[in-house]
Write a protein that binds this ligand. Structure first.
Ligand code: UDP
Ligand code: MG
Length: 335
């Protein structure tokens, strides 16, 4: 039987410091997979340049001259990690039997790629890479991340605990994924909706070996918020509940005020009045803001804009050229 064609998709945003080393290490992994008959010789590394402003694309081009595994796609502009990854997955899908996604900084242990492939051979469609500790993270990132997973679970969003975007997906799983056509894409949430045969593989996460995190706090918060509002309408329900509760309590307070008045005691103070006005005003503004967030999402979805644009794609070219060559071969042979 032919070995499965594996593509390793690596989104890169301003990663000039790490690319050489990343390509080197992933090439070594590829070679050993091929040696062990776990992956086909045609397997590829696919670097997705997410509109970097440094030498990233130049390095990808240079690497692809020297290294037969290396291919790349260059996005027309910075689309963000999730969309860049999606661009990679959808490009790779057409020519691959399975695709592994991994970050360019190799914080995720590449030695478990072998286990991913073994699971794939066992018939799994989705294999999640799950971190078994967070020691390499800062205290702050660890606490916020843990809180986030718990919170998401409460909100009814099913995430694999401690799993980022390090995973293997089969062609079948990717085809399912590409049918989720939403603009507000939160990959890790969507992948758990696909179903199919899934399993997990555990590993320890390392520190970034060079360069700085491309996820500063601001992006991290935006990402977390995106994850919630593109998956769950629980916040809107909460607001209805809070509104209902404050209506009940203000009714009770109203009855109390009337009783006090009737019994001839002193009028209720100005302070409590002003506080409740501010409290309700704030609550309402917040609620309107949150509902606006969802309406904004609807607005974006209805526009149905493309989620990313590809400027150059050497990955598909490599396969199309090869097909053309082998076709030419058969034609001459037939003659
Ligand atoms: N990344 C991207 N586009 C962006 C931001 C990040 O493609 O707009 C890539 C980045 O190059 C890396 C991955 O997403 O391969 C994860 O980023 P990073 O390692 O900086 O995040 P962290 O590990 O700190 O969460
Ligand atoms: Mg990282």
């Amino acid at each position: 039987m032919n070995q499965p064609l594996l593509t390793i998709a690596v989104p890169c945003y301003n990663e000039e410091e790490v690319l050489h080393e990343t390509a080197k290490q992933l090439t070594a992994v590829m070679n050993s997979l091929i040696e062990e008959n776990l992956a086909s010789e045609e397997s590829k590394l696919l670097f997705i340049d997410d509109g970097s402003r440094d030498q990233t694309w130049a390095i990808i081009e240079e690497l692809s001259q020297k290294n037969g595994f290396v291919t790349g796609i260059k996005l027309a502009r910075n689309a963000g990690h999730q969309k860049a990854l999606l661009a990679g997955l959808e490009t790779a899908m057409g020519f691959s039997d399975c695709v592994i996604s991994i970050d360019a900084d190799l914080q995720d242990d590449i030695s478990v790629i072998r286990e991913f492939m073994i699971k794939f051979h066992e018939g799994y469609d989705i294999v999640y890479g799950v971190r078994d500790n967070r020691e390499s993270d800062t205290f702050f990132k660890r606490v916020t991340a843990q809180g986030y997973y718990r919170f998401m679970k409460k909100m009814g969003v099913n995430l694999v605990y401690n799993h980022a975007d390090y995973r293997l997906m089969s062609k079948r799983a990717l085809e399912e994924l590409s049918r989720y056509s939403e603009q507000n894409l939160f990959l890790r949430g969507v992948v758990t909706l696909i179903g199919l045969k899934t399993t997990e593989v555990y590993y320890a996460r390392k520190e970034r070996f060079a360069g700085i995190s491309k996820y500063p706090l601001k992006k991290m918060l935006a990402f977390a918020f995106e994850g919630i509002t593109s998956f769950s309408i629980a916040p809107i329900r909460w607001i209805t509940l809070i509104g209902f509760l404050s209506f009940i309590s203000s009714s009770i307070a109203g009855i109390y005020a009337i009783l006090v008045k009737v019994m001839g005691h002193a009028a209720i103070g100005w302070a409590s009045l002003i506080i409740s006005v501010w409290f309700l005003g704030g609550l309402m503004l917040m609620s309107i803001g949150l509902i606006g967030e969802y309406i904004g999402k609807i607005y974006q979805e209805t526009k149905q804009r493309p989620r990313y644009g590809i400027e150059t794609d050497t990955f598909s070219n490599a396969f199309i050229q090869r097909k053309a060559v082998s076709k030419a071969d058969t034609v001459t042979r037939v003659k």
